[in-house]
Design a protein around this ligand. Structure first.
Ligand code: HEM
Length: 228
């Protein structure tokens, strides 16, 4: 039991460190180092519709800001301390997460037809949009039905999608820089690889960390508090 708790704490800490470092990196690259996204756009070839730069850029900025808000809000809500001591904060923050996911998905929907690598990635991004929103709504529906365990599991599956961009770049880097695969193909492998890794990591966390039922009184009960 103790080992499980300490494993869960270490994993939570690791997740926070990765999320914070990645958010700082994304903010630096996209708002300071290359605000016109010249490097990223240079890989787009053979697009059916040309990118309307001012609109695409602003949509991307909104996408990044809300993606970071989703990452922060989600990370905060996995804290058992916050859940047990500040139930209202967890609830408000949960709706902020839902809103942020909706904005990430909408902005992604705008950018998807212009995806690097073409139609094969546009389709993947649109499928991801449906999955990301679906998983998040499923988590909210579960807690509305007072199914705490199920809510927690669907939120893990949803939150894994916040790491999509990180995984895409990780795979692209390994294939392109490591194995010399052409950039567009590396990016495609990155998009599909991220989709698989999101699911795999979420299931791993659910199976290794959330092995016991949540010791939490469902919302709406008189003692609306965590009991462990
Ligand atoms: C929540 C964490 C996320 C962050 C921090 C993030 C960040 C970014 C950034 C910085 C870009 C600009 C290009 C690049 O450097 O990759 C981008 C593009 C994009 N993102 Fe996200 N994103 C996130 C999640 C998602 C999710 C979950 C989806 C889909 C469901 C998505 C769909 C897209 C699409 C379609 C593009 C344009 C890709 C292209 O033009 O090839 N993003 N994102």
């Amino acid at each position: 039991m103790r080992r499980l708790q300490s494993r869960s704490k270490s994993l939570y800490l690791l997740m926070i460190v990765v999320a914070v470092v990645y958010m700082l990196y994304v903010t630096y690259v996209n708002f300071i180092h290359d605000p016109q996204a010249a490097e990223f756009l240079s890989h787009k070839t053979g697009l059916k519709r040309p990118v309307v730069l001012p609109i695409w850029l602003n949509v991307m900025y909104v996408h990044i800001v809300f993606a970071c808000v989703a990452m922060i809000a989600g990370a905060i809500n996995f804290s058992t301390k916050i859940l047990s001591k500040h139930r209202r904060l967890h609830r408000v923050n949960g709706y902020l997460y839902l809103l942020s996911v909706a904005v990430v998905v909408l902005t992604s929907g705008y950018m998807a037809p212009y995806s690097t690598g073409g139609k094969i990635n546009s389709i993947a991004f649109n499928v991801m949009n449906l999955i990301f929103m679906g998983l998040t709504v499923a988590a909210i529906v579960q807690i509305k039905r007072k199914q705490v365990d199920s809510h927690r599991k669907w939120m893990v599956r949803s939150y894994a999608f916040c790491f999509t961009n990180l995984f895409i770049h990780m795979f692209t880097f390994v294939f392109h820089n490591g194995f010399g695969v052409e950039y567009a193909l590396s990016y495609t492998l990155g998009v599909y690889g991220a989709l698989v890794l999101n699911f795999a990591l979420a299931e791993l966390v659910i199976r290794c960390i959330y092995t016991r039922p949540a010791a939490i009184v469902p919302p709406g009960n008189k003692k609306d508090k965590a009991i462990a």
